[in-house]
Design a protein around this ligand. Structure first.
Ligand code: S3P
Ligand code: PEP
Length: 432
């Protein structure tokens, strides 16, 4: 196993241009592929997760060209992939696997969808059960309820679909993006709780950019008329990744700042932008423009340490909440992050991974099925701890912040390639 040793850093400041949003990039790639017309995409994220989507779309017959100015041109298939039989490998990209399952289930072809071993431990039955209600013909090729999947030609009926949304919002997002392909009116009802709701809002926003409008009532009932098809908007732009922004903003809150990120701001469509509310609650100073956010440490504090602990429901920001868990190590008191049960079925069991690795630094941790409680050590953090990252990009990126208090070793740092291949180069800019 390789590693990266990060020395102790006592001050950070600087400006970071963010990579494109993973969630928007993969949605836009898929919608461009399904649309009528040619879409030129600028600002697309280039990382493992988007490579999986790009490779899958090419296998399905979509023409994708990179231009010299690093824009991408996608020629849409008007709702019908030319390739009717294919085997797709989708790594561990939830934003590729879930929407492609829904789209291919309606494509009248034969497809085999697989991923890395961890993807085969991430449930998908809530999506499969919903698709079966409208006539999809999907078999589990391995363990029931999990990828890999064998998709067979379907006999699609219009009507009502109920879908569960308490394990992942990506099932609902995938279903909604696929349904216009049926050409039929559809009504979708969320059966029970919907988690990670801002990602569903993001889905509807991207669909609207391609001309398809979905009505919804309180994020529980969704309806769309039958005649809507995706049309290319011509040129489209991907904003910076708000989850990737969280590491730099937290660094500014912890170690001086100001740190400015460019590419997200007031006008952002992403839910993780709300991470800044948590930083402000902890006492950090935050400023925001349309396209940038700046963060620095609290100016003064009544307590000995600068930042203050918080108790917060993080259901709306599941990814940036990992950054909060590390920020809690720099706060006075005990921080509780609640309603994060989805952490258990992401790149790794993130509640378990976070608990184990924070304990190595001397923190006291309490955790349950859907929460984590973090009390930082009374004294200095354990120096030179070797942090396991469990093939989870967010473990590697969030634990890099520990170097703001103690030297730390990040094992398998290359796992950041899932969403942010040059993360550590960008992080080092803050220390110059
Ligand atoms: O739809 C999306 O783009 C995402 C939704 C979230 O997943 P869950 O809905 O599974 O929480 C998030 O964690 C993931 O990184 C991206
Ligand atoms: C949960 C994540 O990824 P995925 O899209 O694979 O679910 C993530 O990026 O934190």
């Amino acid at each position: 196993m390789n590693w990266l040793d990060l020395p102790l850093i006592d001050k950070v400041h600087g400006v970071i241009r963010l990579p494109g949003s993973k969630s928007i990039s993969n949605r836009i790639l898929l919608l461009s592929a399904l649309a009528e017309g040619v879409t030129t995409i600028s600002g697309l994220l280039q990382s493992d997760d988007t490579s999986q989507m790009l490779a899958a779309l090419r296998t399905l017959g979509i023409s994708i060209q990179f231009s010299e100015d690093s824009n991408i041109e996608v020629t849409g298939c008007q709702g019908k992939f030319s390739v009717k039989e294919a085997r797709l490998f989708l790594g561990n990209a939830g934003t590729a696997f879930r929407p492609l399952t829904a789209v291919l289930a309606l494509m009248h072809g034969r497809y085999y969808l697989a991923g890395v071993p961890r993807m085969h431990e991430r449930p998908i039955d809530d999506l499969v059960n919903a698709l079966r209600q409208i006539g999809a013909n999907i078999d589990y090729a391995g363990q029931s309820g999990f990828p890999p999947l064998k998709i067979n030609p379907a006999n699609i009926q219009s009507g009502a679909v109920a879908i569960k949304g308490d394990i992942s919002s990506q099932f609902l997002s995938g279903l909604l993006m696929a349904l216009p392909l049926t050409g039929k009116p559809m009504v979708v009802t969320v059966d029970g709780l919907l988690i990670s709701q801002p990602y569903v809002a993001l889905t509807l926003q991207q669909m609207a950019r391609f001309g398809v409008h979905v009505e919804h009532e309180s994020w529980q009932h969704f309806s769309m008329t039958g005649e809507q098809v995706y049309h290319s908007p011509g040129n489209i732009w991907v904003e910076g990744d708000a989850s990737s922004a969280s590491y730099f903003l937290a660094a500014g809150a912890i170690a001086g700042g100001p740190v400015r990120v460019e590419g997200v701001g007031h006008t952002s469509q992403q839910g993780d932008i709300r991470f800044v509310d948590a930083l402000e609650k902890m006492g950090a100073c935050v400023k925001m423009g349309d396209d940038w956010i700046e963060c620095s440490s609290p100016r003064r504090s009544a307590v000995g340490k600068q930042l203050m602990a918080i108790d917060m429901d993080c259901n709306h920001i599941p990814d940036a909440a990992m950054t909060l868990a590390i920020t809690a190590m720099f706060a006075q008191g005990t921080t509780t992050l609640r309603n994060i049960g989805s952490w258990r079925v992401k790149e790794t069991d993130r509640i378990a991974a976070m608990s184990t690795e924070l304990s190595k630094l001397g923190a006291r941790i309490e955790s349950g099925e859907d929460f984590i409680r973090i009390t930082p050590p009374d004294g200095p953090f354990t120096a030179n701890a070797a942090i396991e990252t469990y093939d989870d990009h967010r473990m590697a990126m969030s634990f890099s912040l520990i170097s703001l208090a103690a030297p730390v070793r990040i094992l398998d740092p290359g796992c950041v390639a899932k969403t942010f291949p040059d993360y550590f180069e960008k992080f080092s800019i803050l220390t110059r």
